[in-house]
Design a protein around this ligand. Sequence first.
Ligand SMILES: N=c1c2ncn([C@@H]3O[C@H](COP(=O)(O)OP(=O)(O)OP(=O)(O)O)[C@@H](O)[C@H]3O)c2ncn1[C@@H]1O[C@H](COP(=O)(O)O)[C@@H](O)[C@H]1O
Length: 110
Amino acid sequence: MSDTHTLTKLAALIHSRRSDSADKSYTAQLLNAGPERCAKKFGEEAVETVIAALGSDASALRAEAADTLYHLLVLLESRHVAFDDVLRVLEGRMGMSGIEEKASRPQSTS
Ligand SMILES: N=c1c2ncn([C@@H]3O[C@H](COP(=O)(O)OP(=O)(O)OP(=O)(O)O)[C@@H](O)[C@H]3O)c2ncn1[C@@H]1O[C@H](COP(=O)(O)O)[C@@H](O)[C@H]1O
């Protein structure tokens, strides 16, 4: 069964692409282009996910969600933010050990 380990493995693979040739790797191409390019791709994939979510094709939504997760990991790598640290933020919010982020979380107005 797929779980968080899949994302952790993918984040490690993306990190390893930093030193690879952009000719051979799409990930290396994105990382070489920098955070602005990576953020633009993430935004495009997120919008495509929103569009798919409003349709009725579940397989299209699954595919767009996978693209969005990949591009989120590339964006984090482009800014040298470790995916493990993002997981710790989530764990902290679940009451598990991890980085305490409550102070920096936006307050809901609703
Ligand atoms: N999970 C992914 C993944 N998801 C989406 N994509 C690519 O993201 C791109 C986004 O789709 P688009 O339609 O926007 O593609 P595009 O128009 O060609 O892209 P741009 O020119 O706009 O950048 C496509 O080229 C997809 O192939 C991915 N590319 C790579 N991976 C993973 O990353 C690993 C390393 O990939 P490489 O660095 O290419 O070896 C692979 O083994 C995969 O596991």
